[in-house]
Design a protein around this ligand. Structure first.
Ligand SMILES: Nc1ncnc2c1ncn2[C@@H]1O[C@H](COP(=O)(O)OP(=O)(O)OP(=O)(O)O)[C@@H](O)[C@H]1O
Length: 293
């Protein structure tokens, strides 16, 4: 069988920072591929370089403080060194971002609808009315109730879970090839965590979007990822299919991460409901299907 072309190919990615003590390496030459429609999890404890990696891929690191070496190819196009104006048009259209804390992403003084419409119109030639219709459809896709009403609201009038779903709707509405989700559920309570993960999974299945899922939480990784990369000190120490990683971890650091989660059970039947090995639904507060939209 012919292997599909990866949508994202990272080769020898290094990130270095200029500090008062000299140049400090943050990411030490990592390589990985993201296949179409797959979810690749990047897991590792705080400070291992997950966020620096995702910001490097998106060309969002401060160029005065850091520099990047290596190759980042999105659908065959090299992103490293791309002019900022061109990169801005790629971000949002071809590669979407879902951040940890949605409250920091939205302007507090503009309605959700205006922000949504503005984002769409930056990337697509649509009238305001067409953009509003697309925004409402996208919010319905992530099962936000009363989408037309949400459009008129300000960010502070929505819960964290609703805002996170608005952010997913914005990220997905132009059907990018890749979504980078950096700790997408960390700021949410247990019920919203599982809902948001389920919706990401459903959108991935509907649109064939590939997802780079970054998390320190093996429960989140187990829920969604197909393949997993384990990072430690800016390096990849292990990579495996998610089942393989949970059932037969090879690296001592991976074993340590798995052992640090007492609720994990290596012979559990699968994901919560449709789930992968190792994570019990109770980790999310004992959810059942009636909560999960
Ligand atoms: N501009 C910078 N200059 C110097 N060091 C930096 C800079 N940006 C990040 N770092 C350092 O790089 C390391 C990796 O940070 P990063 O935020 O990627 O970790 P992380 O794995 O995402 O952790 P967390 O989950 O806590 O965000 C950290 O030690 C951080 O302090």
């Amino acid at each position: 069988m012919i292997k599909p072309e990866p949508v994202l190919e990272v080769n020898g990615l290094k990130v270095k920072a200029y500090t008062p003590d000299g140049i400090v390496p943050l990411v030490h030459g990592i390589s990985f591929e993201l296949q179409p429609g797959r979810v690749l999890g990047i897991v590792g404890e705080s400070g291992c370089g997950k966020t620096v990696t995702s910001l490097a891929l998106l060309q969002l690191l401060d160029r005065k403080q850091t520099f990047i070496e290596g190759s980042i190819r999105l659908q065959g196009v090299e992103l490293n060194g791309m002019r900022p104006r061109v990169m801005r048009s790629i971000r949002g259209r071809d590669i979407g971002i879902i951040m940890q804390n949605p409250m920091n992403v939205f302007s507090p003084v503009t309605t959700i609808g205006s922000q949504f419409i503005e984002t769409i119109r930056t990337h697509a030639r649509l009238t305001r009315r067409e953009a509003a219709e697309l925004a409402i459809t996208s919010m319905e896709d992530v099962r936000l109730p009363n989408a037309a009403d949400v459009m008129r609201r300000y960010p502070f009038q929505l819960s964290g879970g609703m805002l996170q779903r608005v952010m997913i709707a914005i990220s997905m509405c132009l059907k990018p090839a890749v979504i980078i989700a950096d700790e997408p559920t960390t700021a949410l309570d247990a019920v919203n965590q599982l809902q948001v993960l389920r919706q990401l999974d459903q959108l991935r299945r509907n649109y064939g979007t590939s997802v780079l899922l970054i998390s320190h939480d093996l429960g989140v990784i187990a829920e969604l990822a197909d393949d997993v990369i384990v990072m430690q000190h800016g390096q990849i120490v292990e990579r495996a299919d998610v089942y393989e990683l949970f059932d037969h971890p090879q690296h001592a650091y991976t074993k340590q991460l798995l052992q640090a989660r007492p609720a994990l059970k290596s012979n559990a039947p699968g994901r919560s409901n449709t789930h992968k090995p190792g994570v019990e639904a109770e980790e999310y507060g004992g959810l059942d299907e009636s909560f999960t939209g």
